[in-house]
Design a protein around this ligand. Structure first.
Ligand code: AMP
Length: 204
């Protein structure tokens, strides 16, 4: 199955991506994680991406798209994948469609996690991650950067919802609730909850 997980920062995409990908038996591919690994590894890609990430801006398409194309060509992603954090612009979505077409594939479903903005700000400001045995705040989870990231989401990424709705691929789910509740809504919407029936709308 080829799935895109869409949703604002703080919607729980990373957590759900790992669980859902595990259930579907496909790799979860997170562009944010790939960038962060490159920043920690002090690679050339990481050095370029860090400037944009620290400001809460999107890393330019020419860097991001090439990186995703390479990742999707790896053996484990040939039979399916769950993309988390990509695409984030209409241009990226068009490039993704082209890359998949070249490989003779298309997306099966785009799952949007819906959370209101007040809840997102609350979640992001309290979010911590484990680094070298310590719980630390991501540089881009600082309050002023969070506000900017939400703005970037509204302006550049939110239009993808309409884009994929037009393609008949979009399923929206309420992402407020326990991790387990959200996972079971997600699996139902993907038709992967065991009853064989896809949620709204039917896959094309
Ligand atoms: P995330 O972990 O998905 O919140 O991503 C963290 C940061 O990585 C974002 O704020 C962007 O700076 C960068 N990033 C991740 N995915 C993309 C993408 N598809 N396009 C551009 N920048 C991205």
């Amino acid at each position: 199955m080829r799935v895109v997980l869409l949703g604002p920062p703080g919607a729980g995409k990373g957590t759900q991506a790992q669980i859902i990908a595990g259930k579907l038996g496909v790799p979860a591919i997170s562009t944010g994680d790939i960038f962060r690994a490159n920043v920690s590894g002090q690679t050339e890609l990481g050095r370029k991406a860090k400037v944009f990430m620290d400001a809460g801006d999107l890393v330019p398409d020419e860097i991001t798209v090439a990186m995703v194309k390479d990742r999707l060509a790896e053996a484990d992603a040939v039979g399916g994948f769950l993309l988390d954090g990509f695409p984030r612009t209409i241009a990226q979505a068009e490039q993704l469609r082209e890359s998949l077409q070249e490989l003779g594939h298309g997306l099966d479903r785009v799952l949007e996690l819906v959370v209101d903005e007040e809840e997102l700000v609350r979640r992001l400001s309290g979010r911590r991650m484990l680094v070298d045995g310590q719980m630390v705040q991501r540089d881009d989870d600082k309050p002023e950067t969070v506000r900017h990231r939400l703005e970037v989401y509204r302006e550049q990424t939110a239009p993808l919802s309409g884009f994929y709705e037009g393609e008949g691929l979009l399923a929206r789910i309420d992402a407020i609730g326990s991790v387990e509740e959200v996972t079971s809504r997600a699996l139902r919407a993907l038709g992967a909850d065991g009853d064989g029936e896809a949620g709204q709308p039917a896959a094309v």
